[in-house]
Design a protein around this ligand. Structure first.
Ligand code: ADP
Ligand code: ZN
Length: 726
């Protein structure tokens, strides 16, 4: 292969470190490697797993190079997955080694899964037959091989019966290959009965898969319209063609119901991939993805970096969801990178949402994406009747946050034996605590943020760095006891208010603070779906795709909350979140309502939600973005410079700004203090890079970083191309 210098074979190996390019290693005598092979190489004092790359090797004398220690017995990472790593690295300005690390996240999977011991019938006849033996033999002939305990269990006998037969030579020991993590899904297991509009939507998706037509389809349909049923048909088509499928979901750990629906359609569950997966299972899924054993993976954004053998379709469900953006080490949006992976692998990508991102809408309008719409709910289930509650005219009682216009309908809902959901996107009890006597406000010592009271735990918590302190009785400033007041509501406080009004109702608070983590959340979600709660109070966790059959009232406690932060994406986010939350109501056809408490009932977002006319909202939003040349009509990147001291952070940011090259269509804004100026004791300054739609923002950034000041002391830089908020 590459670089053959003096009989010794030199290979470039991309190691999972912040390496800008592959390092060169020498293959040992007799070793055979191809691009994509996974190898073990020394790196400093350690040994790491890396991937043989296909860039030319550096011109170094091979005598001075270190040796490849081992080539793992693993199928090579395929060409498109390697080009994908290169592409993501170049686009996000991340060293390719760090992107490769996303792909190598299952170290024990580089070795093959072990085979296990099993038994198999010989032609020896048993010397005598008991009932138990007869049962075992009858069963045993139905499959080529068994595990000892599996056969005993299936036949309902003790394993000693099997041991007895084995001693006589009726069974012999064989080695069994590893079992698939999930049985193979069957594309024609249970064909759906689609409604006419679903049928034509499914046909478009199926055609895309069948004709090997790469390209993106936006599946835009109201909540409850059956988008899942429809894209399952694309999945079926890809499976029938012998291709693997990836379905991305924003909160896979919380969507057990999704796995069951998949099973109903395909006769087996998809393999799961997310951070809560047990390590052993992760290894097996990774291995079976690269071997091609696993046919469908349903996963969180990181599943995009699984080394599939023959991927032929990606579905991104709830494509607008901010959870697809990773803002840690490699800053990427999995929705956008899914489109790239499809393009590189020449296969179709489906983006599904009831509230598509403005970016995807524009791509569909301008013909870059095919658009398929579903306008009505399945079986004509009525969408909830939506109404704004004008808090200026009908305020809640003093000290409360639930207005009479919301409390009345909650009462009626409970009286009918149905469920109500109260949504407030704020964890804890109160976002701010202050002293009524001296005005002291509790602030995080490490961040520019207020401490949030968590009353159930008796603590004040910073939601940015995790700083936690006990809630005191006395003011630390003036010493007055018992005069601290909670300002504003969080979900805990709304729960307290709900309980005071409806003491007999069963109330559940759902937020990421729930003790017991994901497992507990899953249980609570099941309990709610099973009717074991009357009032649910939740943060955005409850907005995501859950199906609560008996939920007929959704109350938005503070619809204005997300609009206040001055971010140009605030209107879009609020629109999406409120549409999703109100979409939880009435999914089984019962008459349902969504009531939206707001001080700005005339705001375009509120009007769009209440009227159900999303097109007016999108038109307006798109026009505004176009006017300001904001994405997708322009390009943005953010550089965050942080340091232990404010002066260091600011000084470095100014230095970077001076290093910006001249460009006709790209401008640098700032540096200014970042929206959170202090996080975990680090001062942060932000530069925004704003370019025209076709500007080459990556080249500009690279030039700026290369000629900017060298990193010194505690200074760190994060580059975020296509930032979430701007
Ligand atoms: P969406 O993802 O668009 O919100 P879902 O795919 O979750 O909608 O469908 C909403 C509900 O309607 C689900 O319970 C689903 O099982 C049901 N449903 C949708 N289409 C059909 C169909 N053609 N046949 C049977 N049930 C359907
Ligand atoms: Zn903090």
């Amino acid at each position: 292969m590459t670089g053959d210098s003096r009989e010794m074979k030199v290979v470039p190996v991309l190691v999972p470190m912040p390496a800008e390019r592959p390092y060169s290693y020498v293959l040992q005598e007799g070793m055979e490697a191809v691009p994509g092979s996974i190898v073990r190489v020394p790196l400093g004092p350690r040994q790491v797993a890396g991937i043989v790359w296909d860039t030319p090797v550096e011109n170094i004398e091979s005598k001075r190079l270190r040796q490849v220690e081992e080539i793992f017995d693993c199928p090579p990472i395929d060409e498109t997955a390697r080009r994908f790593v290169d592409w993501v690295a170049a686009y996000t300005l991340t060293p390719p080694g760090l992107v490769a690390r996303l792909l190598l996240r299952a170290p024990a999977a580089f070795d093959p899964e072990p085979w296990s011991e099993g038994i198999q019938l010989t032609d020896v006849e048993p010397d005598r037959l008991t009932d138990a033996r007869r049962r075992v033999l009858a069963l045993a002939s139905e499959a080529p091989a068994w595990t000892r305990s599996g056969l005993a269990h299936a036949a309902g006998v003790s394993s000693t019966v099997i041991d007895g037969l084995k001693a006589q030579g009726v069974f012999e020991t064989v080695m069994l290959p590893p079992r698939p993590v999930v049985p193979a899904p069957d594309p024609s297991y249970a064909l759906p009965d689609l409604m006419p509009d679903q049928m034509s939507a499914a046909q478009v998706l199926r055609d895309g898969v069948a004709s090997d037509r790469p390209g993106v389809t936006l599946l835009d349909g109201v909540t409850g319209s059956g988008k899942t049923e429809v894209y399952f048909e694309a999945v079926a088509a890809a499976l029938a063609k012998g291709r693997q499928v990836l379905i991305l979901l924003p909160e896979i750990a919380l969507t057990q119901a999704f796995l069951e629906r998949f099973q109903d359609r395909f006769g087996a569950k998809p393999a799961e991939w997310h951070s809560d997966l047990a390590p052993r299972m992760r290894e097996r899924v990774w291995r079976q993805a690269v071997e091609g054993t696993v046919r469908v993976v349903a996963g969180a954004r990181s599943a995009l970096f699984l080394p599939f053998k023959e991927l032929g379709l990606i579905v991104v469900d709830e494509e607008h969801d901010p959870a697809y953006k990773q803002e840690d080490r490699v800053f990427y949006n999995a929705r956008d990178m899914a489109v790239v992976r499809g393009h590189l692998g020449k296969f179709p990508v489906v983006l599904a949402s009831a509230t598509p991102s403005v970016e995807s809408k524009v791509n569909a309008m301008q013909g870059r994406y095919t658009c398929v719409e579903l306008r009505g709910r399945y079986a004509d289930a009525a969408l909830p009747e939506l109404k704004a509650i004008d808090l200026r005219r009908a305020p809640p009682a003093r000290g409360g946050f639930l207005s009479p216009a919301l409390l009345g309908p909650i009462r009626e809902t409970l009286d009918r034996g149905e469920q109500a959901l109260l949504f407030l996107n704020r964890r804890g009890y109160a976002p701010l605590t202050l002293c009524r006597v001296c005005g002291h406000r509790f602030q995080c010592p490490e961040c520019s943020a207020w401490l949030v009271e968590h009353r159930f735990r008796g603590q004040l918590v910073c939601h940015h760095c995790g700083h936690t302190e006990k809630r005191p009785d006395a003011c630390p400033e003036c010493g007055t006891v018992d005069h601290l007041v909670a300002c504003g509501p969080g979900v805990e406080r709304i729960a307290e208010e709900a309980v005071s009004h409806f003491p007999d109702a069963r109330t559940i608070v759902l937020s990421s603070d729930l003790l017991g983590g994901t497992k507990r959340l899953r249980m609570e979600l099941e309990a709610i779906a099973g009717g074991e709660a009357d009032i649910v109070i939740g943060t955005q966790l409850v907005a995501k795709g859950h199906h609560f059959p008996n939920m007929t009232l959704v109350g938005i406690v503070d619809a204005d909350l997300g609009l206040a932060n001055g971010d140009p994406r605030a209107a879009e986010r609020t629109f999406q979140l409120l549409s999703q939350v109100t979409g939880r109501a009435g999914r089984t056809g019962k008459k349902s309502r969504g009531l939206i408490q707001t001080y700005q009932p005339d705001h375009p977002v509120m009007r769009a939600i209440v009227s159900g006319d999303s097109s007016a909202f999108y038109e307006r939003e798109i026009a505004e973005r176009e006017r300001a040349a904001l994405p997708p009509f322009g390009r943005l990147a953010a550089i965050i410079v942080s340091a232990d001291s404010r002066a260091d952070a600011e000084g470095h940011a100014r230095g970077l700004r001076r290093a910006a090259p001249d460009s006709p269509d790209i401008h640098v804004l700032g540096p200014a203090e970042a929206p959170l100026a202090l996080v975990a004791g680090r001062h942060r300054f932000r530069l925004l890079i704003h370019g025209g739609r076709r500007s080459d923002i990556q080249t500009f950034l690279r030039a700026m970083l290369a000629s900017g000041p060298k990193l010194r002391g505690s200074v760190r830089i994060q580059v975020d191309v296509d930032p979430q908020s701007f």
